[in-house]
Design a binder for this molecule. Structure first.
Ligand code: NDP
Length: 247
């Protein structure tokens, strides 16, 4: 049987570590050529590229801070120039800062908005210039846009709530062009951002119905489905993958 994404090109923002690295590898496994961005971990990004190439795939790492409009535009252009086209954009790069509202600095607020919202807007606006029928925009939002189990995440939740709303509006904008737009909302997934061990994690696990953190590969599986031709009728959806964290 042919690979579901053979001949397609994907761009995954923040693909050097965590969810983005797993997503990049999974899309490559499905047959796509994959570009991935990073900011501070060139070595990790190279490791992802080498792993994809070792498995017979094609990949490209691009340094591009999602908070930098010109860098994001350049990443989209470099993807198309090097890999020939663009079919799938995964807006995965994101940052978390935890502080109560009275202690939240303006700098941190601006950083979260720049990476988690503005970076997504710019990447999407640039990517759709190159996408045709069958194009896919996949956001990595968060369950925190719908529910928050603890204090200190109000600004992060604000940014992820914006992504859920943006997804619905974009689905309407892009449906006439045959491009689907969906938002994956993970619960706690074991990554550098959210380590699965420690006091904080132990408290979270008590709230997760399945009693454990999710794995990046499990989220990558849902990305793989949304990117596939099989998911052509799914658009404007905000899809939780949270082990029952919000059940
Ligand atoms: P990690 O912190 O483990 O990895 C973040 C990745 O994004 C890295 O590849 C990092 O690159 C990249 N990145 C960070 N900032 C920027 C930036 N300014 N520009 C470009 N790339 C950047 O995070 P996760 O894998 O856990 O999170 C990925 C996404 O999933 C985020 O949007 C997050 O909000 C969301 N999410 C995560 C959950 C979790 O429990 N882990 C739950 C719900 C949502 P570099 O290596 O160069 O720093």
């Amino acid at each position: 049987m042919g690979k579901t994404l053979a001949g397609k090109v994907a761009l995954v923002t923040g693909g050097s570590r965590g969810l983005g690295a797993a997503i990049a590898k999974r899309l490559a496994h499905d047959g796509a050529a994959v570009a991935l961005t990073y900011t501070s971990s060139p070595q990790k990004a190279d490791e992802v590229v080498l792993a994809i190439e070792a498995a017979g795939g094609k990949a490209l790492a691009i340094r591009a801070d999602s908070a930098d409009v010109e860098a994001v535009k350049h990443a989209v252009a470099e993807t198309v120039n090097t890999l020939g086209r663009l079919d799938i954009l995964v807006n995965n790069a994101g940052v978390l800062a935890v502080a109560l509202i009275d202690q939240f600095s303006m700098d941190e607020f601006d950083r979260l908005v720049a990476v988690n919202i503005k970076g997504v807007f710019v990447a999407t606006q640039e990517a759709i210039r190159h996408m045709g029928e069958g194009g896919r925009i996949i956001m990595i939002g968060s369950v925190s846009s719908d529910s928050t189990a603890f204090a200190g995440t109000s600004v992060y939740a604000l940014t992820k709530g914006a992504i859920a709303s943006f997804t619905r509006g974009l689905a309407r904008d892009l449906a006439p062009r045959g491009i689907t737009v969906n938002n994956i909302q993970p619960g706690p997934i074991e990554t550098d951002m959210n380590p699965a061990e420690g006091n904080f994690a132990d408290g979270l696990k008590k709230i997760i119905a399945l009693g454990r953190y999710g794995q990046s590969d499990e989220v990558a599986g849902l990305v793989s489905y949304l990117a596939s031709p099989e998911a052509a009728f799914v658009t404007g959806a905000n899809l939780k993958i949270d082990g029952g964290f919000t059940a």
